[in-house]
Design a protein around this ligand. Structure first.
Ligand code: NAP
Length: 295
């Protein structure tokens, strides 16, 4: 199948492109600059423009776009960038999917959709929560609406991706290696995580499986608390984790991002993936962290 991938240069996108090609799909990458390689097509989301012919004969569009949520402090203007870099490309792609009769749109969202859910187990039926991230995810998912009913639309609510190459785990790993690992706040907040291998395999599964549509949690079946996450990473790196980053200090330094991104959590489970028979390579955090550390 010919698959168009947007956001293909990112942590997940790079591996998704390789995995789709590895299983025989033809991948076309949408790039936000002039296309320079045979597999590239240009697009300009704010202008609503996609190179002519980019969606011809395409069987699925995978959208992995978005400015980094944890890259900068959330000023009002940064929040607007986080929102626009997700809703605008999604709206453009949803309209293009309809215009060109593409049968499948697999679009990113995040577990932040649920807000802070404490100890409650949340599956895809749970309602949207409150706060900036939940509102962002709600609007991000709503941006697919033009394609609903016209294509099979999947809204992936992804958890923290465990990868040696980047993301939050890539950032905190050097701290742990320097004996600076520790829990965040009281450590009781749940962290829904997924290994990069499983995130990529799940995206391929969602492209290929005709039956799945709607919201899908891309999270491992065993979310852990931040305290357990910290212990597991420490054990994998053979480092003690005695430190505690107090909630007040995190809020003082990182503001709202700390409150919603680090001190709040979701005990999210992948009900839809499991119901459709998806098999996780790394169902437990220890194996996922060990695999990331070995690379
Ligand atoms: N990694 C995680 O733990 C995680 C967790 C939950 C949800 N997600 C979501 O999953 C998607 C992929 O995640 P990732 O970790 O691969 O992200 P990433 O490494 O930050 O890559 C995102 C890609 O989005 C594109 N992008 C960046 N700024 C943009 C902007 N202003 N407008 C439009 N596109 C922009 C870029 O691709 P191009 O330069 O090729 O256009 C970039 O490579 C994102 O939507 C992210 O929010 C990730």
């Amino acid at each position: 199948m010919r698959v168009v991938v947007a956001g293909s240069s990112g942590l997940i996108g790079t591996s998704v492109v390789a995995a789709l090609r590895g299983s025989g799909h033809e991948v076309v990458r949408l790039v936000r600059r002039r296309a320079a390689a045979p597999d590239e097509r240009g697009w300009d989301p704010p202008a609503g423009r996609i190179d002519a012919g980019a969606l011809d004969g395409v069987g699925a569009v995978v959208n992995l776009c978005g400015a980094g949520v944890a890259d900068k402090r959330w000023s009002d203007s940064r929040k607007q960038v986080l929102l626009d870099s997700r809703t605008v490309p999604t709206e453009v792609l949803a309209a293009a999917v309809v215009e060109h009769g593409v049968p499948v749109l697999v679009n990113s969202s995040a577990v932040g959709y649920y807000g802070d859910t404490g100890d409650d187990v949340v599956d895809e039926q749970a309602p949207a929560g409150s706060g900036f991230l939940a509102g962002l995810c709600r609007r991000w998912e709503a941006a697919t609406s033009a394609a609903e009913g016209r294509a099979r639309v999947v809204r992936m609510r992804t958890g923290l991706v465990i990868s040696p190459a980047g993301g939050l785990f890539g950032k905190i790993r050097p701290l742990f290696a320097l004996f600076l690992g520790g829990r965040l706040g009281d450590g009781r907040q749940y962290m829904p995580w997924i290994s990069l291998d499983d995130a990529v395999a799940a995206i391929r599964f969602l492209v290929e499986d005709d039956e799945v549509s709607g919201a899908v949690n891309l999270t491992a079946p065993s979310p852990v608390t931040n305290a357990e996450f910290t212990r597991t990473v420490g054990q994998a790196l053979h480092r003690p984790t005695p430190w505690v980053a107090p909630a007040f200090a995190l809020k003082a330094v990182l503001g709202e991002m700390a409150e919603e991104g680090l001190l709040a959590g979701q005990r999210a489970v992948p009900r839809v993936l499991e119901r459709h028979g998806f098999r996780f390579l790394h169902p437990a955090l220890g194996g996922a962290v060990a695999a990331a550390v070995e690379r």
